[in-house]
Design a protein around this ligand. Structure first.
Ligand code: PHE
Length: 445
């Protein structure tokens, strides 16, 4: 099956669109708040540079050499290892599982875009009540917006790599950057800005627990979209003359810059108008709307723009989370793109109903196991278990299974002197780091 190719810029925008997602604007600020600010940010940045960047190149390489869906790429690059294809499938499946809750959260964002047009909560307490009412009592609103999210995502992916995914990123990514840059510039004029800078960049290492360390490493993977077949699937449609190192650099650079800019902006508004930075997952849905309220009409405009930007970030990531499985069914079972897109879309939409129900009073009792709801289980199993395994597999695959001569042929001219350190880090440093992260997130150590 011949794939339509990205343009070079199209690939960078699409891969950056995949990386820049809810992870950057929703998750990064609140985990920075929870784990103590500057010291956490430093560990995260070091991980992104030392491990994330090198795995990003490795994942691109598998797609670039394999040129097909994740399963076929794994198979083709290691013909002697009969069962290796399963690992490719495992990664693609993990992406589809993430969509179960990712799409529900995008639905919440849609809801907030609409309500913020005319209403903002006057206090954090009121804001909390609004959010929990939606979460625990309003099944239909969540279902409605989740269905909208399913519709948009499925429509875009059914249009294909060029006509759908590349185009979406071509419009949404610049729009997202303009909105964030505008809000960021405004934030720099406020008194709270210097407090935000201090909070994010002044490291207090006494606050750095071992758990914070693990969360930082796990988040570096999540935010760079690694280990889920997303980057690999996109890279299968790279033009032949693409430079993987340069592309990976741009993706990492944009992802990191946007996370920092979003964090600084959010904390500025919070310091200026209200609550403390450590608010957990409700940070952007609870604390932020209450802070915007203090700004009057400007607050409504900012709130709408902010949630629009968040929705854009979520949508460009979503298409990369479903595309690996879509590509798999097209490649291996000769399904049409429409059929494959619809089937994958309906899969996450349908299970999304249970994710929503698992937070609804009266239903959640049946959808909770241990201390976690179905929603939380999907989040936990994908981010804490499947994703680090995916990262580990990729490092081992490029480090030990693909013949070194093949890796060297492509990577040495691009990496030059950095080739040897990169290869060494893939073989030894990354697997070890991922293994430790995995054990620790699973609570074994
Ligand atoms: N990187 C995305 C985010 O930060 C999430 C994602 C993970 C997307 C894995 C694709 C693959 O929200």
């Amino acid at each position: 099956m011949k794939l339509a190719r990205f343009s070079r810029l199209g690939f960078i925008l699409a891969a950056a669109g995949s990386a820049v997602g809810l992870g950057n604007i929703w998750k990064f600020p609140y985990i920075t708040g929870e784990y103590g600010g500057g010291a956490f940010v430093i560990v995260y940045l070091i991980t992104v540079l030392l491990i994330g960047f090198s795995i990003m190149i490795a994942e691109m390489l598998i797609g670039y050499l394999g040129r097909r869906d994740t399963v076929s790429s794994f198979e083709e690059l290691a013909p002697k290892h009969k069962n290796i294809w399963k690992f490719g499938g495992f990664q693609a499946l993990a992406g589809l599982f993430i969509m179960i809750f990712y799409s529900v959260v995008i639905g919440w964002i849609f809801n907030y875009i609409v309500t913020s047009l005319t209403y903002l909560p006057a206090s954090v307490k009121e804001s909390q009540a609004v959010f929990t009412t939606m979460l625990h009592a309003d099944f239909w609103t969540q279902l409605f917006y989740n269905t909208l999210s399913f519709g948009i995502i499925t429509y875009v992916v059914h249009k294909g790599i060029k006509g759908g995914i590349e185009k979406l990123n071509f419009y949404l990514m610049p729009a997202l950057m303009v909105i964030l840059a505008g809000m960021f510039l405004y934030a720099t004029t406020l008194g709270g800005f210097s407090k935000a800078v201090h909070f994010m960049f002044y490291p207090d290492f006494s606050k750095l627990t071992s758990q914070a360390f693990v969360v930082a490493v796990g988040h570096a993977f999540f935010t760079l979209s690694l280990g889920m077949g997303a980057i690999m699937t996109y890279a299968a449609s790279l033009p032949k003359d693409a430079n993987l190192v340069k592309s990976a650099f741009w993706v990492v650079f944009l992802d990191t810059t946007i996370a920092i800019v979003a964090g600084l902006m959010l904390f500025t508004f919070l310091y200026q108008y209200g609550s403390a930075p450590s608010q957990g997952p409700g940070l952007v849905f609870i604390s932020l709307p209450a802070a915007f309220y203090q700004m009057g009409v400007l607050g409504n405009i900012f709130a709408v723009l902010f949630f629009v930007a968040l929705a854009f970030a979520g949508l460009t990531s979503s298409v990369s989370l479903v595309e690996p499985m879509i590509q798999y069914f097209i490649d291996r079972f000769s399904w049409s793109r429409l059929k494959s897109s619809l089937a994958m879309g309906l899969f996450f939409w349908f299970l999304g109903i249970f994710a929503i129900l698992s937070n609804i009073d009266g239903a959640k009792e049946y959808l909770t196991w241990g201390s976690k709801s179905f929603f939380d289980w999907v989040d936990y199993l994908t981010a804490a278990v499947m994703l680090p395994i995916g990262g580990l597999i990729m490092a081992v695959f490029v480090g030990f299974i693909i013949p070194e001569s093949e890796v060297e042929k492509v990577m040495k001219p691009q990496l030059k002197w950095a080739y040897k350190p990169w290869y060494f880090s893939l073989r030894y440093i990354t697997p070890l780091a991922m293994f430790v992260v995995m054990l620790s997130l699973m609570g074994v150590i």
